[in-house]
Design a protein around this ligand. Sequence first.
Ligand code: TRP
Length: 446
Amino acid sequence: MDVGSQQRGQWTSKIGFIFAAAGSAIGLGNIWRFPYITGQNGGAAFVFVYLMCILVIGLPYLYAELALGRYVHKNPVGAIRAIRPGSAWVLIGGLGVVTGLGILSYYAVIAGWTVGYIFKMAIPNQITFGEFVANPYLVVSLFAFFILITILVVYGGVQNGIERWSKILMPLLFVLLLGLIVYANFLPGSGKGLAFYLKPDFSKITGKVVLAALGQAFFSLSLGMGLMITYGSYLSKEDNLISSGFYVALADTAIAIMAGLIIFPALFAMNQNPAAGPGLVFQVLPAIFLHMPGGVIVGMIFFLLLSIAALTSTISLLEVPTAYLVDEKRVARKVAVWIVGGLTFLIGLPSALSQGAVSWLSKPIVGGMEFLSLMDFVWGNISLTVGAFFLSIFVGWVWGAKHAATELQQGNPAFARWAPFWSFLIRFVTPVFIFIILLNLFKFFG
Ligand code: TRP
């Protein structure tokens, strides 16, 4: 019997998995990262490429991670070990574990800002976003606070609390976003923003745009580092991986698109630059809220929900290294979460201080990126893309698309008809496409 997965337990229901996995997928990636990356990459053409990446690469690849996870009931390292013991493939699982730490280290910094903004909305002092993130005491304590909450949730066992809260809070987030879409699109001048966001100019599609779109697709769906292997490992054989995975991808994509329907109309209505980068959401949305009747309350609720959406994501990021220590190193879960959380805090400090608090960290290091943006690029883009490349080859060729397809048919017999098509995607389309993208990246640097 597999001790690790026993300690980790199983989802209480199919809906429990969908909420937990959607909770992981929906986060800052949808509401903070998607709009600013879209803004930097020219708008609608990027959105189009992004949707194609989700459909052709993201969703089929999501099934590969889920199938592997449920088949072996293990963390990414353990899963690969179970299929190819003693091979170098294990390194790919290891990369996933390290990537979890890397992403969490800066992600929790930004999540800390969202917590700070709940209060900032209520206090009518006018410090700007730039001043806010450059205050070292503020950002480091908010960052520490967020890591601590994440540790406490993962420490105590997530399923009940998170499942129950996600079921209430995610629909609330959805309703709030709908309301804001209506409001933003009534602002005078918002139409130009909508056009920027939805009317593609295909001449803007370059290698860099496609890389950004693919990276964003993996990031947003929580793919490429074995998170879905880990979450899939808590599923039972009766669960329908195909429909569950589809709902997760649909919810995630819908929330991202909705976020853009708020930000871009508002942005153009207020004459701001869509390519402003990571500060976009923190500058534009508060400005809208302050113009609305009752905007303070709406703003507070918005940042509260965003914090919670971020929390269900940080939990999943902490879970992968934790599951690794628990399964493979036999560390007690309650110890493992503190080790991983403490390490994350240390790794994250330079990111927290890189937005003006410490000047040499805040200067561009490579390609115009300061420390936090560089971490996001390395872990949140390159590492996930490389990870997905090797994992798709692992599932498609090493474990074998046939075995994976058989696993996907469990709980969904009708998948048999689609299996050859899916095998083709995972064996050829995914790895070849990613390979071309990566080549292009090296040319971009080269
Ligand atoms: N998907 C989350 C978001 O969009 C971030 C995230 C959580 C993630 N877990 C992950 C990204 C695992 C990659 C891999 O905010």
